[in-house]
Every structure is written in C-alpha cells, then in structure tokens.
Design a protein around this ligand. Structure first.
Ligand code: BLA
Length: 514
C-alpha cells in the first residue's frame, strides 16, 4: 500500500531516516560487504568519481591504491561507528571529479567509504589560517575563560561560527517535553536574531534524536540539491544500506521542506550530549549552499564534544549558586518569622521573599478553616482540593505542573495558575503551605505556529511543517515551568523549618500554661 509509505507530520517519528536509499550529491559513497570485502552499494554518480562505472562485486583493490587498501583492511576490524579519515592518494584511477579527501567506517556489516572533493585545506582553518590543534586550543581557552552558562553558550557559538563560517550558529537547548529554546547565537548582522525563541518538540522527531546521540554531526550542503540514489548488486534481495554514520546521508524530505520554509539553504548540526542524553544541538544555518571540508566538520564536531563537560560544570555551578542564594533567603525569612510575637504576621510580611525561595508566582498559607493567599493564586476551592490531595498522599510534599489535568472539574477556578508545590505542616494554625506557578505559555516566545499548517498537495492534504515563522505566543496551555529537583529539596526545607517553628511555639505555650 503506497499510502503507508507517505511521510507526513503525523507519522514523522516513524520515518526511517537512517535508510534513505540516497545521499547528497556533493559526496560519493561505496559500500563493501564486511566479510567478502566486495562492492555491494554505490551512489549512482560513482562513475564521475571513479572514472569507471561500478557493477557490484568488485574488490577494494579495483578502486583503491595499495596504501588505501591496507588502511581499509585494517580499519574494517575497528569498532563500528568510528569514522576514519583516509590520507594520501586514495583512488587508483584519476576521474573527472577528483576525490581529494576520503573517510571510511564500519556499520551494520558494511565497510562504507566516502569520497569528497577537496581541497583538504589541512594547511589551516579560516579566518587566520590556524592549524586545527591551534584553533581547538584557542576555543578551549575561551570555553575555560567563561564563568557562566550564558558565557559558555556564547563562546561555543562564536568558535563554531569562526571555524564553519555559517551565517547563523545557534545553541539550541532541549527543555521539558522535548521542546527547545535558542539560548546562544552568533549571527551575521544582516539576518535577524532567533535568540530566546522557543520551538515545539515535534520539530525534531524521536528517531532523529536517537540517531543524533549515536552520530554527533550531520550536514546538508544544499537543501535544493537532488539526492543521488544508491545502487546495489542485488536490488531485490539486499536490505537498504544503513547510513547512520554517512557524512552525506540524504535528509528527510520533511526536514528539507522545513528548512526551505525557513529560507535556509544549508545546515549543519552537532549534538551536545550530557550523560548519554541529547542536551541540545549546535544548529547552523546558511542562506546559500555551503559545503564544509572534512577538516572543518571534524573541528566543529570536536568543539561539540569538548563543550559537553564544560556545560556540565557551568550548569552545576550555576545551580549550586542559585540554591545557596535561595537557601540563605529562606534562613533570613525564617529568622524574621520566628522573632515575631505572632508568626502569622511574619509570614504575611515575608510572603514575597518566601515566594522567591521557590521561584513561585503565589503562595497560600492554609489553616483548618481558611487560608491566606499572596500573589497569583487560584480560588479557595482549588486550594482545598490540593490540601485534600496532599492529605491522601503518603509523602508530605505534592507537586504538579499541570493543575488543570489533575483537577479537570476545577479548570474554571485556576485563574491562570498551572503549577503547585504543596507541603503539609500538620498544625491547626498552619496545616499546609502551597506555592503556585503561572502558565508557561504566557512567558514564552514561540517561533512560528506550533500547530502544523496543512498544505494541500497533489496527493491531497499532506501535512507539511508550518510556513509561517512569525513570532507568536501560544500552546503548552495549562502548563507551568516544572518544579526542579532543587525546588523539591527547598520545599522540604521550608516544611521542616515551619514544623520546627510551630513545635517550638507549641512548647513555649505549654511552658507558659504550666
Ligand atoms: C531534523 N529539525 C531537525 C534538525 C534540526 C531541526 C536542528 C537537525 C537537522 C539539521 O541539522 O538541520 C529543527 N532547526 C530546528 C529548530 C531550529 C533549527 C527547532 O534551526 C531552531 C532554530 N520537522 C518538523 C516536523 C517534522 C520534522 C513536523 O517540523 C516531522 C513531521 C522532521 N526534523 C524532522 C526530521 C529531521 C529533523 C525527520 C531529521 C533530519 C535528518 O537528520 O534526516
């Protein structure tokens, strides 16, 4: 059934992007069976590179110099997914399209050799003709000199832009639920800035994210170039070649359309992986076709790898500092509250600071029969429903960032609040404290319309990525910024501080009554 193979915006998670059966035309691909070392697949324009038209079944020695054959034979035993650059003269025959550079890797029972045009500008990398190690050393020093995550983001995009020369280099960070935001950018001033824009999770489907953890780099030299199909010895029986590690893998037509709609002509992205998870991407755009040499791509890839540990360190240190600030604010607030004759006066006066401790938009102090709200809070009905939920909960802390989903019947009473973090204090004059956060969607700048636009085509109503990239704010209705692990830790500290305060007070009253 042909309709099953049509990829659209509703099923793009299922597109096997590692098996496109084609490559981009600026490179040439030859695949050999790992056991027999005979040619199984080749890009249909391979004759332009080899000077002869492959038929399939040829040995390595038919195409490559003895030195190259020795290298290929040796690397065939290396671990899969390691891309080996090949030096020296590679091809036995000269060809109309001189292959000046080459690399090879093993993947899925195939030895894949990829040829590309030069010059292999090993002489040095622009803009100042520095050698690769010197360029990387400079970048590393800039990474080291950064003291905050923002400073590091900036250093990363500037270094990648220097080496790659793309019009725009962005640091794209994944957030909750897989959506993402541009947190760093180096861009040619002729083009507008995307800094701070958010994009929906669906822009990068699941299987692409998995592939990007496996292989950290991919590029599209010209989104308008016609892909070159792969031929194979045995078109009917041989499975499609797995191009997970190919430098020239033809890109999903849906993504090509997306870039075309964005006005982008060439792109490259490099994975930022932290603890085995895709933390973000260095995403590059060019507004005219752009092919990077192997050296330059390798340098960018190394910057991405280098950036990972720096990101971990800067993010941890920022989180640590923030936590320390919030903790000392809490201590100060509790000190003041404890010093008041009536602690409720203290809570009332210090509610704004207590809210800041948890990064909350509102807080409610609950008592047996009423409650004291401060800042952005929902109706009393919602507060009581949360208290009940807290009481039913085995832990003394309960939180959600989708209140509307937890209490569908109370959606009308939320007043723009979407998240709550509640702690039980179990005293009659203070039974619980509930912190609230407003709806996230109001605070976020979305790029383009997150819901996809339907484009009528010949096939009739196939979906395509959106065509409008005008900034607008919407979606993620009813969600707040999620409560982080450190929010939960602080909430427990708030709870313990209040319980201590209440029990000391109870002890004092008991003493007075003695
Ligand atoms: C891939 N989508 C990507 C990639 C990026 C984005 C960076 C990696 C490929 C590349 O380097 O170009 C998305 N690019 C962005 C975002 C920004 C950017 C968010 O510059 C922000 C500034 N895309 C859709 C929809 C589908 C889709 C609806 O919007 C599916 C129906 C698919 N995106 C899609 C696919 C890939 C992709 C299939 C994989 C492309 C590939 O590697 O073959």
């Amino acid at each position: 059934d042909a309709s099953e193979s049509v990829v659209d915006t509703t099923n793009c998670d299922r597109e096997p992007i590692h098996l496109p059966g084609a490559i981009q035309p600026h490179g040439c691909l030859l695949a050999f069976s790992l056991k027999a070392r005979t040619l199984t697949h080749w890009s249909s324009h391979a004759d332009q590179w080899l000077g002869v038209a492959p038929r399939g079944g040829e040995s390595l020695a038919e195409f490559f110099t003895p030195t190259a054959v020795a290298r290929l034979t040796a690397l065939a035993d290396d671990r899969p997914g390691i891309v080996h650059p090949l030096g020296g003269p590679i091809l036995r025959t000269g060809a109309p399209r001189q292959a000046a550079d080459a690399a090879a890797h093993v993947w899925s029972d195939a030895l894949i050799v990829e040829l590309e045009e030069g010059p292999p500008d090993g002489r040095g990398l622009a803009p100042d003709n520095l050698s690769l190690p010197r360029r990387l050393s400079l970048a590393n020093q800039h990474f080291q000199a950064s003291s905050t995550p923002d400073g590091l983001y900036d250093a990363i995009v500037r270094e990648v832009r220097e080496i790659s020369g793309y019009d725009r280099v962005m640091l794209y960070r994944f957030l909750k639920g897989g959506h993402g935001a541009v947190v760093g950018e180096a861009v040619d001033p002729r083009f507008g800035s995307f800094l701070g824009l958010h994009y929906p999770a669906t822009d990068i489907p699941q299987q692409a994210r998995q592939l990007y953890v496996l292989n950290p780099i991919r590029s599209i030299a010209d989104v308008n170039a016609e892909p070159v199909v792969l031929r194979s010895v045995n078109p009917l029986s041989s499975p499609p070649l797995d191009l997970s590690f190919s430098a020239f893998r033809a890109v999903s037509p849906i993504h090509v359309e997306y870039l075309q709609n964005m006005g982008v002509a060439a792109s490259m992205s490099i994975s930022l992986v932290i603890d085995g998870e895709l933390w973000g991407l260095i995403a590059c755009h060019h507004y005219s076709p752009r092919v990077l040499t192997f050296d330059r791509r390798a340098a960018c890839e190394m910057l991405g790898t280098l950036a990972g540990p720096y990101l971990t360190t800067r993010l941890d240190s920022e989180a640590g500092k923030l936590q320390a600030t919030r903790r000392s604010l809490l201590t100060e607030v509790m000190h003041d509250v404890a010093s008041r004759p009536d602690f409720r006066d203290g809570l009332r006066d210090r509610a704004p600071q207590l809210r800041r401790v948890l990064d909350a938009d509102g807080v409610v102090f609950c008592r047996r029969h009423d409650s004291l709200p401060f800042g952005q809070t929902p109706s009393e009905t919602v507060v009581r429903a949360i208290e009940k939920r807290l009481a039913d909960h085995p832990d003394a802390v309960w939180s959600t960032d989708v209140l509307g989903e937890e209490f569908p019947d109370l959606a009308e009473d939320l007043s723009g609040v979407a998240g709550c973090l509640a702690v039980a204090t179990e005293a009659s004059d203070l039974s619980a404290v509930i912190f609230f956060r407003g709806e996230y969607a109001r605070e976020v700048r979305w790029a383009g319309e997150p819901t996809k636009v339907e484009t009528p085509t010949a096939e009739g109503g196939r979906l395509s990525p959106r065509h409008s990239f005008a900034e607008w704010r919407d979606t993620v209705r009813g969600q707040s910024i999620e409560w982080s692990a450190s929010d939960l830790v602080l909430a427990s500290e708030v709870r313990l501080a209040l319980i201590e305060l209440l029990s000391r007070r109870a002890a004092n009253i008991a003493r007075l009554n003695d």
